[in-house]
Design a protein around this ligand. Structure first.
Ligand SMILES: Cc1cc2nc3c(=O)[nH]c(=O)nc-3n(C[C@H](O)[C@H](O)[C@H](O)COP(=O)(O)OP(=O)(O)OC[C@H]3O[C@@H](n4cnc5c(N)ncnc54)[C@H](O)[C@@H]3O)c2cc1C
Ligand code: SF4
Length: 561
């Protein structure tokens, strides 16, 4: 596919709209506002990856790994896999054009309706029916589907054997994967899935319906301009009522380039960590905001864990493209899941998904598991390759549930830090440990909660579903944005529900609680809903309909680059 991003020299001094970040929230905003005929720029800190450029070998994966924590940082600040090592919890997020969609498993679930009955949500969300419209548009654009052959996949059969322990049978999981050749909602041709399992490493086939293959090309087709390697630091209000977006370039040795751009409207869509950090820095620079900024961080009751040494074959190590071995059919990263619904107590409901580790990790898996004393088994795998021996029996589990959303994001030593000292004591982890242990033991394996526990990763919980920090509220005292995603004005004298004109946050950071479902569909739905409100408030119109035929990406005019 043609590249979407433009060189920074093409950045204009002013846009109608600047969108910061290019995950689900940013993609929706850029597409809808470009369709409304607005001049839109997207600023993304990561690089653009076109299909085929995702790491497929360990040295490439290592180059794309950035790890940062209190007083430490390794790897490129534009590395695709962004690991934040925390004292209370670790967080993994995506960094690249397309955000988390590039490296997620693509499971697209709508939360239990009871999640939206919680009074933390402003009444308008339930009342105005636009949430349903948001989900409907999201489904049209990211197109979740169930693998028609899910039940026959070895890893799903293994989950079925394990599920006996809970008296539960797995069902096929909806994932944003095209299982057949198709032309997607943006008019981009996508080949069908090859079942290589590498979705979390990055799909080198182009079958995963990422934001980079859907909303972002749609935005470009409607005139949006995208700039990568551009990390936004803070936003400030100008004297004339515009917004100035201040950024730094992450391109080493790049041309001298502007370091700020102005806009009538700024949409912060830098993800839970990114948008909260930008607003915390903006507050340091004088922007008055809600005192709730940074509060209410949730890990979505999310964990990744393993079953090692089980008696049943699993085949849940990705094959990559071209496949590293022949004769094994893995399936998409997630094909099946076990749903545990507690009708009396929402907080006890959870979903356990079987998952696949990316093929680029294959050579180091034995090493990862060595500290846990499985030397003999691991050596056997080193010799036979991880596609045979004990690693062919390795079960990987992703689970989502509910937590108390009581973490707090703060600025510390010029970086973002997560404070949640009681995180490891959250009841959800005990419940999930007990269930996962039962699943693993059912097939004769041992439960490995964290193979990296002996390293700098310690025993803290980890999440790939960070939520909150700029949560939705009714007024400034209980939220950072209102139900339309407009940022509350914290200036002295401002009314409790007054908002800044033209400043929005539209991403996972606005969630006021755990969802108990993988977040991508809800982030997308609330972004679609916010766009409907934004357009209505200004009398703008856009057509959200998908393309019906293949549509080329406009190539930047020669000489302009
Ligand atoms: C390994 C993994 C597996 C997952 N699996 C699933 C799954 O199966 N289903 C599911 O629903 N969810 C899954 N998730 C989570 C899901 O991908 C996220 O919830 C989702 O991407 C959040 O969307 P967002 O728009 O809030 O932000 P993101 O998708 O995180 O996008 C934010 C973007 O902003 C950019 N950015 C950050 N800071 C700045 C800055 N200062 N300046 C400019 N740009 C910035 C980032 O680089 C990123 O591109 C997974 C995540 C991971 C990491
Ligand atoms: S299984 Fe492979 S081909 Fe299919 S979506 Fe995932 S990475 Fe792409």
């Amino acid at each position: 596919m043609t590249r979407l991003a433009l060189p920074i020299g093409r950045l204009r001094p002013h846009y109608d709209v600047v969108v910061v970040g290019s995950g689900y929230g940013g993609g929706v905003a850029a597409s809808r506002l470009a369709r409304a005929g607005k001049r839109v720029a997207v600023l993304e800190r990561g690089r653009e990856f076109v299909t085929g450029e995702f790491p497929s070998r360990f040295p490439e994966l290592r180059q794309e790994l950035q790890v940062s924590g209190r007083r430490m940082r390794t790897g490129s600040p534009a590395g695709l896999y962004d690991v934040r090592v925390g004292e209370d919890m670790h967080v993994l997020v995506g960094c690249g054009l397309g955000g988390g969609s590039l490296i997620n498993a693509g499971v697209a679930l709508r939360p239990d309706p009871r999640v939206f009955h919680d009074r933390v949500w402003p009444e308008e969300i339930a009342r105005d029916s636009l949430l349903d419209e948001g989900y409907s548009r999201a489904l049209t654009w990211v197109r979740p589907a169930r693998d028609p052959l899910a039940a026959g996949r070895t890893k799903v059969k293994a989950l079925a054997r394990s599920g006996v322990a809970l008296g539960k049978e797995p069902v096929a999981a909806p994932v944003v994967v095209s299982f057949e050749d198709t032309v997607n909602a943006a008019g981009i041709a996508q080949p069908g899935c090859r079942h290589c399992g590498d979705c979390c490493g990055g799909c080198n086939i182009g079958a995963k319906n990422t934001v980079a293959l859907t909303y972002l090309p749609d935005a470009v087709q409607h005139g949006a301009e995208i700039f990568t390697l551009t990390r936004v630091h803070h936003v400030a209000r100008t004297q004339d009522g515009h917004w100035q977006v201040h950024f730094e370039r992450l391109e080493e040795g790049g041309p001298a380039a502007p370091t700020s751009v102005s806009a009538d409207i700024v949409v912060l869509a830098a993800g839970t960590l990114g948008s909260t950090e930008i607003l915390l820095r903006s507050r340091e620079q004088g922007l008055a905001l809600s005192g709730r900024l940074g509060h209410g961080f949730s890990a979505n009751g999310d964990i990744i864990a393993f079953g090692y040494g089980g008696k049943v074959p699993v085949n849940a190590i990705g094959l990559g493209h071209p496949p590293k071995v022949e004769g094994i059919d893995v399936g998409a990263c997630v094909s099946g899941q076990i749903e545990v619904v507690d009708a009396a107590d929402l907080s006890q409901s959870l979903t356990i998904q079987e998952g696949v580790l990316p093929s680029a990790l294959a050579p180091i898996l034995p090493v990862l598991f060595l500290p846990n004393g499985r030397l003999l088994g691991a050596l056997k795998s080193l010799i036979a390759g991880v596609y045979k021996g004990p690693f062919a029996h390795l079960q990987t589990f992703f689970a989502v549930s509910h937590d108390s959303a009581s973490g707090r994001l703060v600025l510390e030593n010029d970086g973002l830090a997560l404070h949640w000292p009681s995180a490891k004591d959250e009841a959800v982890y005990r419940r999930l440990d007990a269930m996962l242990e039962a699943l693993v033991q059912q097939v004769g394996g041992s439960y490995v909660k964290n193979p990296l526990a002996g390293t700098l990763m310690g025993h803290q919980p980890a999440t790939a579903h960070p939520l909150g920090g700029c949560r939705i509220g009714r007024e400034r005292a209980d939220g950072v944005v209102n139900h339309k995603s407009q940022v509350f004005d914290g200036c002295p004298g401002a009314g409790a529900a007054d908002v800044y004109e033209g400043l929005y946050v539209i991403d996972g950071s606005i969630m006021p609680r755990s969802l108990g479902a993988n977040p991508l569909l809800t982030v997308t739905a609330l972004a679609e809903r916010a766009m409907i409100h934004l357009a209505r408030d200004r009398g703008w119109r856009f057509d959200p309909a998908p393309r019906t035929r293949e549509t080329p990406i406009p190539v930047a005019a020669p000489g302009l680059i």
